[in-house]
Design a protein around this ligand. Structure first.
Ligand code: DGL
Length: 364
């Protein structure tokens, strides 16, 4: 007789079968988890963590109110594609991010990526300074593993909030081996951008992040990343910058040029202690006659001057609109003023030689 004759024996058999089934399910789950990438989400705030008064509130909402665990729980699909852990590094609107927070975030990223059980990192961030944080990390992260910065343009409470799909895509990207070695990436609106060249180009629309002339490096379609080009400038493990022992960054500011501008801003920034000054010039980095003497004097007083352009695209030519060799100025190449500032800050942690700094602007 195969089937046990007594109730006690039958109960024992069912108990065994149940435990066997449970163990099998557990083993399968463990086996599946073992195949999924381990992705850490570092949350910093922004609109992706924002809430509004109603589902139609897409401006006038409060950024940086939703915690990282809630962001993860709002997208249960993430658990099917990665083993995700979340950390709330800080909770701010990104227009307020500080040098100290940049250093804190970068050190946390480097510590995590040095762990063999971390395959990639996603950083949720406000979009206002997202491109700056991404470029800063592009210069100081010391790993080839994927680091993906993501945000949203609508708060989590809005109709068609873009945060959840952006977060899901960012996790997929961070867990994709092909994303490694490409530098810090920005994943927004189904596009993959290189940190060096992307910029926020619209105040409120979901397609705001653009790399208009140099182009996106890929797309995320149906949750799968596709890449179409490599970045040419050095980044991450190939840079000479090391922030591991830094607890502050040199003060570098930006002076914006426009019709009839004078020298008040330049003089004020230098008087406030700027060790470097990026001039966001008109056109090809032109120096207005009323600003130029203040920049020349600042250089003579030891402030490193970088000529950038407010235009947004193109190369600021060395010795084009000004005799940089004679003035001992540096040109920003194609970096925006806000990104030129970041590179100059890091350059000044290594050197004050304008020859060396110019090399860095042609390298990163
Ligand atoms: N306060 C802005 C910021 O945190 C909101 C913009 C956004 O995150 O999209 O960057």
């Amino acid at each position: 007789m195969l089937f046990p004759s007594t109730a006690r024996a039958r109960a024992a058999l069912f108990g065994f079968l149940f435990m066997f089934a449970a163990a099998a399910v557990q083993a399968e789950a463990a086996n599946t988890a073992a195949k999924l990438p381990n992705v850490t989400i570092l949350a910093t705030g922004g609109t992706i963590a924002g809430t509004g008064a109603s589902s139609t509130t897409t401006i006038g909402y409060t950024a940086a109110t939703v915690g990282v665990q809630s962001l993860i729980q709002a997208v249960p699909e993430i658990a099917k594609v990665a083993n995700v852990t979340g950390e709330q590094v800080f909770q701010i609107a990104s227009e307020n991010i500080s040098d100290a927070q940049w250093l804190q975030l970068a050190k946390r990223v480097n510590l995590l990526l040095a762990q063999s059980n971390v395959d990639g990192i996603v950083i949720t961030h406000g979009t206002d300074t997202l491109e700056e944080t991404a470029y800063f990390l592009n210069l100081v992260v010391k790993s080839k593993k994927p680091v993906v910065v993501v945000g949203s343009m609508r708060p989590s409470t809005a109709l068609s909030a873009d945060g959840p799909i952006n977060l899901y895509n960012a996790v997929r990207l961070a867990g994709t081996p092909e994303a490694a070695g490409r530098g810090v990436l920005v994943a927004m609106n189904d596009q993959v951008h290189a940190a060096r060249d992307v910029t926020k180009a619209n105040t409120t629309t979901a397609d705001t992040f653009r790399t208009s002339e140099l182009g996106v490096i890929g797309y995320i379609q149906g949750g799968k990343p596709f890449f179409y080009r490599e970045v040419s400038r050095k980044h991450t493990v190939d840079t000479e910058f090391d922030i591991s022992k830094l607890d502050a960054l040199p003060q570098v500011d930006v002076a914006y040029a426009y019709a009839n501008v004078g020298d008040v801003a330049v003089n004020a920034l230098v008087a406030a202690g700027a060790r470097g000054l990026v001039h966001a010039g008109v056109g090809n980095g032109s120096l207005p006659a009323k600003t130029r003497p203040a920049l020349v004097k600042a250089r003579k007083d030891g402030v490193v001057i970088v000529r950038a352009s407010r235009v947004g695209q193109g190369i600021v030519a060395r010795n084009g609109e000004a005799n940089d060799d004679e003035l001992d100025f540096v040109v920003a190449d194609t970096l925006s003023p806000q990104k030129a500032r970041i590179l100059l800050m890091l350059a000044l942690t290594k050197t004050t030689s304008t020859r060396e700094i110019q090399r860095m602007f042609y390298t990163y």
